[in-house]
Design a protein around this ligand. Sequence first.
Ligand code: FAD
Length: 412
Amino acid sequence: MPRTAPKPAAPDPTLAPGTHESDVVIVGCGVAGLYAALNLPRSLRVTMICKEDVESCDSMLAQGGICVMRDHDDYDSWFDDTMRAGHFENRAESVDTMIWSSREVINDLIRMGVSFDHAPGGDLDYTREGAHSRPRILHHADLTGAEITLRLLEQACRLPNVTIYEHVTMDDLVVEKSECLGVRARLADGGRVTLLARDTILATGGIGGTYERSTNYACLTGDGCRVAEAHGVALEHMDYVQIHPTSLYSERPGRAFLISESCRGEGAILINAAGERFVDELLPRDVVSKAIFAEMEREGSRYVRLSFENVPERTITIHFRNIFEHCLEEGYDIRREPIPVVPAQHYLMGGIHVDQNSRTTMEHLYAAGETSCNGVHGKNRLASNSLLESLVFARLAARDIVRRRHHELCDA
Ligand SMILES: Cc1cc2nc3c(=O)[nH]c(=O)nc-3n(C[C@H](O)[C@H](O)[C@H](O)COP(=O)(O)OP(=O)(O)OC[C@H]3O[C@@H](n4cnc5c(N)ncnc54)[C@H](O)[C@@H]3O)c2cc1C
């Protein structure tokens, strides 16, 4: 079985400077943008843009996996885990929506060709990460995000009503009488475009590019939040930023390589310079990060270490193949030695405030994915909830656009 999804042919249309019209403009081609496009009717002309190439998005980097409600008995414990990790600042109705929609969205992904790993008995393989009281995370080795994103991209590239333009950077909204009419953007050669649309969805991802040490792509600089705020659109909890406990320590500049939380879920332990454990590795991310910073300060060290001594070799080389190979390239064989790890900026829980239909406070402007704040994550995101939350609320945006058009047609 291939371990990485084959890549679909990259989109290559070019956009001429000037003004272009479509029905829906989607800014961002990660899972949120793509799934919104796939949930719009084929009768609507959809224009999608992204800042660099389509693969330069955090969705491609997700390692650990995507949560799903295994059975109805799982509802309460998943709800509690999410609320507890979020310090009970989550919007309960959003958490409820995400959990109840999870099985349907996963089935839809499988229908679109996404492959998740199976346990030896043939059932889907559910793994566990920190702060989850049960294993409920589906994965494709440790390349889950790439598998999902590339399959969605493949589907979107087949749609005649969807056109994807790469290297187009949105830098403003078109606003008239407090309504969003589209976006303004810059082409790679400096040319300007105005993309007008009845509805606009911002799916511009996170803010890691503004940090010195982050697991995110450097091109993700919170542009959606910035342009929205400039037009008076409400933002929420922009200070709720998640620091992931374990990125691979490196002196080299550039994106920090993530060591997935599922490694700790499968038994990897954190140790200090003396080889002693100093924290329960399965506590929520913010708690573990704080404990690591405290230990680093106490020791005067630049990192702590993560040991895989309790993780079976087969799990390392198969489930964590990507991490295993990356560490080998960096000179560490995780089967034999602990690796240096340090916390890094990872995720924005806040963002553009949206309601239960992913509407922002501006007419005809929607937001989905990491740039939005629908309240699912509260003050601290539970591992593997964000791919799912992005998909669920992107689909709600698409459905709301369709519903409103339908009502307008009926009223006309
Ligand atoms: C290393 C890593 C591992 C992760 N692992 C997991 C995991 O296991 N499970 C999980 O649930 N979550 C995980 N996450 C989080 C998850 O991947 C992201 O939250 C999610 O993919 C966000 O999707 P998105 O569509 O909102 O944004 P992205 O996938 O980041 O896409 C953003 C898009 O916006 C475009 N864009 C940005 N600004 C502009 C602009 N000005 N103009 C035009 N386009 C623009 C970008 O080009 C890009 O196409 C991980 C994140 C990282 C970084």
